[in-house]
Design a protein around this ligand. Sequence first.
Ligand code: APR
Length: 261
Amino acid sequence: MTGAGMSVESGIPAFRGRDGLWTKFGQPPMDGFRRFREDPSDWWQRRVNREMDEHIIHLRDALLAAQPHAGHHALARLEQTGMVKHVVTQNIDGLDLKAGLKNLIEIHGNRSRLRCIGCGNRTHIGDFIPQEPPEPCGTCGGIVKFDTVMFGEPVPADTMAKAREQIDLADCILVVGTSATVRPASGLLWIAKANGARLIEVNPAETKLTGVCDVVARATAGQAMPSLVERLAGTTATPLGLPSARQALAVPATTSVPPVK
Ligand code: APR
């Protein structure tokens, strides 16, 4: 499970914590989705006219410019070696896909897609920014929005079902760069813990989850992930398990790890 911290070293700010967007500019209203549904064409028109808060424009520009860093490539490598079976991300940046990851569930959607809120049909738009409100859905005539999940919007049922299925299968979860504060994503981690899964946290700062993690790497994603791959290279432990993770991160349970120079 990854969060905004996974992409900070790609130039995309996180939301919470010291340099977080919401910390600096305040959390946006929690009823974004209700406001969209009240008047979708007005919402889109203001988008087209860039009538948005400065920090949202900054975030959008950072998303457009971002490229995967060594941490994203390391995660894709762990998948290729069979050590990681699936990734659930809260990020909308698509950097994991750009790094070659195959089995990804984007629980908050993806910025380069549109989605119909009627039938759920998704269309890929890449880096294109709509210059006018999109046409109604070609399948059901429904209202079309960005695929990204707004505050107050339920995570699409198909996405949630896939995420829950993977969480229930997991016996060990690598939790990278999330404050574990936003539901339903953070709730999935507690469910996994209750199911007996082991949790490995990679985060330079303490989080709500730290206390229930089996291994804690106090490091950034760009530091810890390549080191994990490096140290796991040649080990036969597939999928990633606690002993191999502890060995690779060279830590006994719940002890902080100095960043790898
Ligand atoms: N590497 C790893 N972790 C990092 C790094 C880094 N380079 N930099 C910061 N972090 C950690 C922070 O310490 C923090 O715990 O990443 C976490 C980011 O937390 P949030 O900003 O709360 O991001 P996230 O948990 O993904 O937020 C969940 O909230 O605002 C909504 O929709 C948004 O998907 C987002 C959701």
